[in-house]
Design a protein around this ligand. Structure first.
Ligand code: C2E
Ligand code: CA
Ligand code: CA
Ligand code: CA
Length: 276
């Protein structure tokens, strides 16, 4: 519940105390969920434009807390990053995604999100290598998604890690492209294979009332990607109109509610059994 000032009978300093206690409890619960398999991965299809055939699936974390209900990654990932729990959580995601991938037909791949914090140590390298070996996977079936902020704060370390992944044949995607400041420099500097155009641009395709049309920007990104030899994934495609516009622009892949929502593992397995 939201607490507001004014009519509230609880003195301000007690509210602060409460917030701090609530936060501590949330961290305790988070730690427990990570240790006790209280986390779940959902999978959203990424489809080849035109065919609507999924080629890979993005793994997205879900925390279904028994008392608090559903908590989204936008809430608990920052908390995990602040507390250092992101390493245990991120390692679990990599292993779990690879375990799931080993149960899918070989033509499918999985994309995993990496937190900037995970690119600060060699931990992630060992985790990825161990997961690939344990589950007997070709490295090319794994995509790692990173954002610009991961590259901004620790460029040296990130260069070495991404260079290693690239050399191993793991695919690298720049996530949320267009939302940061120096995207172009990073595309030049790091061995990316895929560029994911942020949802904010896809949403504004065609413009609308008081909404600036993003078509010129998206078209320019497509040309840029082609010149650099990168595949493009359009994120957050919600309408048929958007899908058709992106098809006309020769966008390689589409992802979004129009193509399919993130689903639990059971649904993923059913869908993959059906399309093969
Ligand atoms: P993201 O990597 O940009 O993931 C895409 C987000 O957009 C997902 O939100 C997805 O459910 C949502 N989405 C997909 N299609 C549509 C659409 O058509 N319309 C709209 N409105 N939304 C769409 P989600 O699952 O809540 O994840 C939010 C963010 O949390 C992710 O953004 C990612 O940055 C982070 N995240 C999720 N899982 C992980 C993880 O395992 N590790 C790390 N480090 N971060 C994660
Ligand atoms: Ca992502
Ligand atoms: Ca994204
Ligand atoms: Ca995002």
């Amino acid at each position: 519940a939201k607490r507001r000032g004014g009519h509230c009978a609880v003195p301000y300093y007690h509210q602060l105390d409460l917030a701090a206690r609530e936060r501590r409890q949330l961290i305790t619960d988070l730690r427990q969920a990570i240790n006790d398999k209280g986390m779940e991965l959902y999978f959203q299809p990424i489809v080849m434009t035109g065919s609507h055939q999924p080629t890979h699936f993005e793994a997205l974390l879900r925390w279904n807390n028994p008392t608090r209900g559903f908590i989204g990654p936008d809430v608990f990932i920052p908390l995990a990053e602040e507390t250092g729990l992101i390493h245990a959580l991120g390692n679990w995601v990599i292993d779990q995604a690879c375990a799931v991938l080993s149960r899918l037909p070989a033509e499918y791949g999985v994309a995993v999100n990496l937190s900037p914090h995970q690119l600060k140590t060699d931990d992630v390298l060992h985790t990825v290598e161990t997961a690939l070996a344990t589950h007997g996977l070709a490295p090319s079936r794994l995509t790692l998604e990173v954002t610009e902020s991961a590259l901004m704060h620790n460029a040296d370390k990130a260069t070495r890690l991404l260079g290693h992944f690239h050399q191993r044949g793991i695919r690298l995607a720049m996530d949320d492209f267009g939302t940061g400041y120096s995207s172009l420099a990073y595309l030049d500097q790091f061995p990316f294979d895929i560029l994911k155009v942020d949802r904010s641009f896809i949403k504004r395709l065609g413009g609308g009332d008081n909404v600036k049309d993003s078509t010129p920007i998206v078209e320019t990104i497509m040309v840029l990607a082609r010149q650099l030899g990168l595949d493009v994934i359009a994120e957050g495609v919600e309408t048929r109109q958007q899908a058709e516009t992106l098809h006309a622009m020769d966008c390689t892949f589409l992802q979004g509610y129009y193509l399919g929502r993130p689903t639990p593992l059971s649904t993923l397995m059913e869908n993959c059994a059906r399309v093969t």
